[in-house]
Each structure stands twice: as structure tokens, then as C-alpha cells.
Ligand binder design. Structure first.
Ligand code: NAD
Length: 282
């Protein structure tokens, strides 16, 4: 099966990025969200991402209009009837994702592959809630999608070999390098990254240092391009909390307990860059 049309569900920071790299690779894209304003904002974000490439001379104006011409928006799942491949990038909540897949199952072609961009939720369990778990897989892009080279590919217990191959081929077509991760909470990257971010929040809460000192310490002391608190703000503190909860529940070890300060920031609606305030102001 050749993949020519892709549906992206959730037009937030990840969904817009996935739609952008897909359209740049020549695929037709339907970008779908429950929130019509999010669809418009997602398409505007793609346009401004492409504007930057034009201003750097990496794309021509006509490339840009061709790419944008391949992206359409949809405020309902019904818009996905013709797609060959779906990437779900909605809020990191299992109940929300399950509902989305239930609706998608009733709309897409039988041959379509369904992929979740979840950062941490069990692919095997999400797959089990769909009609064809053999055509379900985890496809975990990194943020910001147009810049980051990695895609983690996570087959669930039921995922077929052909689904795995098609997904790997698609990721490579989008210019990404794949690693295959076993379906365990957090997969490879977040299993290791999130406890570090969570520990940085615990350190802040315990007065070990200011946000700037914690981040500069980790940046210059361990050669990371950005400190853990700034990275948390970029990921979204709600997403970080949701991933820590999955690690804590799924692995049953108290070392994954979410930092109370992280929970308080999320309760306050201070979700990081996307809301203008997290550990820093934006
Ligand atoms: N932020 C990151 O750094 C990052 C990295 C890798 C993976 N992820 C994963 O990607 C997913 C999305 O994260 P994000 O940062 O883009 O979040 P976001 O909050 O920016 O966007 C989520 C979008 O999903 C939409 N949505 C919610 N419920 C929906 C539904 N029922 N149907 C359609 N759309 C719906 C929301 O309106 C919103 O536009 C999560 O699973 C997250 O764990 C995030």
C-alpha cells in the first residue's frame, strides 16, 4: 500500500508539526481538531514555519504554496474518510485518545494504519480498543517536529510486521531517523528524560537553585542545548505531568512520583510556553 494521504488528529504543537513535515514530503494532509480555532491556528503555524524556510532561502514561494495546497483542515473526524494513515496527536489522556480512535474506526478505510503520537500511554492497550489492532502502532515524534530528527516507533503486542514496516518507511520519507522501542511506559526517550525533568522540578521546589541556575547548571555542566525546566515549558507542563503519572502508575515505583510543584503549576493553568507562563514567562 502506498501512503499518499495522511490524517493528523489534534492540531496543537505536535499535530501542526507532523502535518507540516508530511506536506513537505509530498503527502496530502487533513489536519483535524475538535476545536475549529485550533485547526486555523495549526495551519497558521505551518505557514509561519514555512515562511521561515522561505526567508532562509531553503524553500521558494512556489514550493510554499504547493505545500500549503496539500494541507486541508477539518473540524470533524469525518474528514478522514479517504486517508491511508492516521497520526493521532490529541491531549495526553488515555480516555480522550480512546474516544478519538473509536470515532476514527468508524470513518477510515479498512486498510488504513492508525498511529498514536502518545508520549507514554500503552500502545498495546490503545490498540486493543480499536477494530484492527494489527494495524495500530506508536509513532512518537519529538518537539519541534520539523527540527527534531527522531521518531520512536513502538509496535504493540498485536502490531503486524507490515504495519511496522509501512510506518518506518513513512517516517523515513518524512526525513526522520527511527528507533524501535518496546511498549513499556514512556518508551525509551521519556523513560529517561522525564525523571530528569521531574527531578529538576523537585530541586526547584526544595530551593536547590533558581530556575535559571538549575537550567544553566545542566546546560553548561552536562552539555544539553536547553535546561530541563525550559524544556518542560516547551513540552507543556500538563504533558510532563501526564507522562510522570503514566510512569508512576505503569511501573509502580515511587521514584516516578510526580513533583508536587509540577502538579500545582498545572492546577494553576501555568502550562509553559503554550499558555505564556510556566517556570518562565513567555
Ligand atoms: N509537546 C511535546 O513535546 C510532545 C512531544 C512528543 C509527543 N507529544 C504528544 O503529542 C500529543 C499532543 O501533544 P501537544 O503538545 O501537541 O498538545 P497540545 O495541547 O498542543 O494539542 C492537543 C490538541 O488536541 C486537540 N484535541 C483534544 N481532544 C481532541 C479530540 N477529541 N479530537 C480532536 N482533537 C482534540 C486539542 O484541541 C489541541 O489542539 C500528546 O499525546 C503528547 O503526549 C508531545
Amino acid at each position: 500500500m502506498g501512503i499518499e494521504r495522511i490524517g493528523v488528529i489534534g492540531a496543537g504543537q505536535m499535530g501542526a508539526g507532523i502535518a507540516q513535515v508530511s506536506a513537505q514530503a509530498g503527502l496530502r494532509v487533513v489536519l483535524c481538531d475538535v476545536d475549529e480555532a485550533a485547526v486555523e491556528a495549526g495551519i497558521a503555524k505551518i505557514k509561519s514555519g514555512l515562511d521561515r524556510l522561505v526567508s532562509k532561502g531553503r524553500l521558494t514561494d512556489s514550493d510554499q504554496s504547493d505545500i500549503l495546497g496539500r494541507v486541508s483542515g477539518a473540524a470533524s473526524i469525518e474528514g478522514l474518510a479517504e486517508v491511508d494513515f492516521v497520526v493521532e496527536a490529541v491531549t495526553e489522556r488515555e480516555a480522550v485518545k480512546r474516544k478519538v480512535f473509536e470515532a476514527v474506526d468508524g470513518v477510515v478505510k479498512d486498510s488504513a494504519i492508525l498511529a498514536s503520537n502518545t508520549s507514554s500511554i500503552s500502545i498495546t492497550r490503545l490498540a486493543a480498543s480499536t477494530k484492527s489492532p494489527d494495524r495500530f502502532i506508536g509513532m512518537h515524534f519529538m518537539n519541534p517536529v520539523p527540527v527534531m530528527k527522531l521518531v520512536e516507533i513502538i509496535p504493540g503486542l498485536q502490531t503486524s510486521e507490515i504495519t511496522l514496516q509501512e510506518t518506518r518507511t513513512l517516517a523515513e520519507r518524512l526525513g526522520k531517523t527511527c528507533v524501535k522501542a518496546d511498549d513499556q511506559p514512556g518508551f525509551i526517550v521519556n523513560r529517561i528524560l522525564m525523571p530528569m525533568i521531574n527531578e529538576a522540578v523537585v530541586a526547584l521546589q526544595e530551593g536547590l537553585g533558581s530556575p535559571e541556575d538549575i537550567d544553566t547548571g545542566m546546560k553548561l555542566g552536562t552539555n544539553q542545548p536547553m535546561g530541563p525546566l525550559q524544556l518542560a515549558d516547551f513540552i507543556g507542563l500538563d504533558t510532563c505531568l501526564a507522562i510522570m503519572e503514566v510512569l508512576h502508575d505503569g511501573l509502580g515505583d515511587s521514584k516516578y512520583r510526580p513533583a508536587p510543584l509540577l502538579r500545582r503549576y498545572v492546577d494553576a493553568g501555568w502550562l509553559g510556553k503554550k499558555t505564556g507562563r510556566g517556570f518562565y514567562q513567555y
